[in-house]
Write a protein that binds this ligand. Structure first.
Ligand SMILES: *[C@@H]1O[C@H](CO)[C@@H](O)[C@H](O)[C@H]1NC(C)=O
Ligand SMILES: *[C@@H]1O[C@H](CO)[C@@H](O)[C@H](O)[C@H]1NC(C)=O
Ligand SMILES: *[C@@H]1O[C@H](CO)[C@@H](O)[C@H](O)[C@H]1NC(C)=O
Ligand SMILES: *[C@@H]1O[C@H](CO)[C@@H](O)[C@H](O)[C@H]1NC(C)=O
Length: 470
């Protein structure tokens, strides 16, 4: 999920993050093994519902599943019964629970929740076998469009930077706490494998590796700098559908930002980019019979085809180019198997149904699971980059070579700081007006007395001596 942010909040949060960094530098512990002995998949779920992992909270531990989300920074767990959930965290049953006496609310671009701040022991048995971290958490007491019915997760663990954690400056995200307390490398890697069929039902799985490990994924062959430590913000410099490069100014891709978000299923695009990309996709798939409906392109209708007549070849690949440095970039090419997601239900024995995994966004580009599946993606917070390498599972994504180009500065979206400046200039202008009122009155009086009055009441002859006589 992508947490909603409002102008001017992040800069306050950013100062907080530096504070946390200073604090974390002062604590030193011997390195701990971060490799879970259980080498199986530790992320599960259904296409469209996100990837979740097991968690144990409290003493004695209560078991839940949390959505793993790089688009937010709070750890939150159902703290009250909800019609779409089968369980919730009962604080009364945990001897280590501490009430922090504050309320908290988090809004995502879709959905929101509010609840109460507390702290308790948190352990992710499939991520870090033996490590328990005392973690600030939110007990969700009310929510709106947040839980997904039958998704089997009861909360969320936000893995983005503390600048996004709510309330600002008051809580330490789980991962920050982990890195500060244990000598874990400040980095984690996602290997999302995308959909597969299990007894006729679409499911997906993957692996989240905390710290560095080259056992599962090869080390990154292409990296993109994290532009700012809040979301995992990167710079998109180009896009293509098939061989057709989109004819859009590259700043459009990053208006108002481009982020890597494991908790978003789709590949989300700013409206103007979405329109151009979909128009191109429609053109390149126009030979399909029957043609794809309007509702398919808006994401509200599925397309179905029989098992034995797979239509993949009719769809082009999509390429996204990410900045590697100011003057170089690399392409990621995803096949239709990435951007067509299995439709939630509508599965029967003879047909497969798919929905478009690309949609329109009001908050910039979101590189969601559609882009991450089929790659190993390292969120190297310590070195401030996102690394990509080939994965042994998932759709056949092609990670291209780094190439040199001209400066990407024209792709960078300049946040509208003018808003603040404009307000300031209005205030200054107002003050100036106020201060100069006497002067204005004086000049009006002068104008009246020496220009207008003489004209209206020409008792005194009014002569313009120095006007040329033509
Ligand atoms: C809390 O523990 C009691 C006693 O073990 C149990 O009966 C109850 O169901 C638990 N509450 C929840 C919400 O799990
Ligand atoms: C959730 O799904 C179940 C079926 O799996 C259904 O019975 C129930 O009504 C749904 N709940 C809501 C709130 O949609
Ligand atoms: C898409 O990319 C794959 C992998 O590189 C390639 O084999 C395939 O031919 C491409 N499809 C199209 C329609 O260009
Ligand atoms: C990249 O560009 C930015 C802004 O133009 C500049 O501040 C930065 O130093 C540049 N980085 C490198 C490595 O040249």
């Amino acid at each position: 999920m992508t947490v909603a942010v409002y102008p001017f909040c992040p800069s306050i949060g950013l100062q907080v993050i530096f504070l946390f960094k200073l604090i974390s530098l002062t604590t030193g512990h011997p390195p701990v093994s971060t490799q879970s002995p259980n080498f199986a998949w530790n992320l599960h779920g259904k296409p469209g519902d996100g990837y979740y992992t097991e968690v144990e909270i409290g003493t004695p531990p209560q078991k839940f599943s949390l959505l793993v989300d790089t688009g937010s920074s709070n750890l939150a767990i159902a703290g009250a019964p909800h019609e779409e959930l089968d369980t919730y965290f009962a604080t009364n049953n945990s001897s280590t629970y501490v009430d922090l006496g504050k309320d908290v609310k988090v809004e995502y671009t879709q959905g929101s929740w509010s609840g109460h701040l507390g702290r308790d022991r948190v352990r992710f048995p499939a991520l870090l076998d033996s490590i328990t971290v005392d973690t600030d958490l939110a007990l969700i007491t009310s929510s709106n469009n947040f839980y997904v019915n039958n998704s089997h997760w009861q909360g969320i663990v936000g893995l983005a930077f503390s600048a996004l954690a709510q309330p600002q400056g008051k809580v330490t995200p789980w991962f920050d706490g982990l890195v500060a307390k244990y000598n874990v490398e400040n980095s984690f890697t996602f290997q999302l494998c995308g959909p597969y069929k299990d007894k006729g039902i679409s499911r997906h799985h993957g692996k989240l590796i905390i710290g560095s490990s080259s056992d599962v994924c090869p080390s990154a062959t292409a990296t993109s700098p994290i532009r700012r430590a809040w979301f995992y913000e990167v710079l998109v410099v180009n896009m293509a559908v098939g061989n057709k490069v989109l004819d859009i100014p590259c700043v459009s891709y990053n208006t108002d930002k481009s982020i890597v978000d494991s908790g978003t299923s789709n590949f989300r695009l700013p409206s103007d980019v979405f329109k151009v990309l979909v128009a191109e996709l429609r053109m390149q798939t126009s030979a399909l019979v029957p043609p794809l409906s309007e509702n398919f392109w808006s994401g509200t209708e599925e397309v179905c085809w029989p098992f034995d007549r797979e239509a993949w070849d009719a769809f082009p690949n999509i390429t996204v180019h990410l900045a590697h440095s100011n003057t170089s970039a690399f392409p990621i090419t995803i096949p239709p198997q990435s951007y067509l997601r299995p439709a939630p239900d509508a599965m029967n024995d003879t047909t497969d149904c798919w929905v478009l995994g690309i949609d329109e966004s009001q908050t910039g580009t979101v590189l969601g699971a559609v882009i991450l599946e089929g790659l190993c993606v390292t969120f190297d917070r310590g070195h401030s980059f996102i690394g990509f390498s080939k994965s042994s599972c998932g759709p056949n994504v092609v990670l291209g070579k780094i190439y040199n180009s001209s400066d990407w500065s024209s792709c960078v979206y300049m946040p509208n700081i003018v808003d603040g400046l404009t307000i300031a200039s209005y205030v200054m202008g107002g003050l100036l007006l106020l201060l100069s009122l006497p002067l204005i009155f004086a000049s009006l009086r002068w104008t009246w007395q020496s220009v207008l009055r003489p004209q209206l009441y020409p008792e005194v002859p009014f002569l313009t001596l120095d006007e040329p006589n033509t």
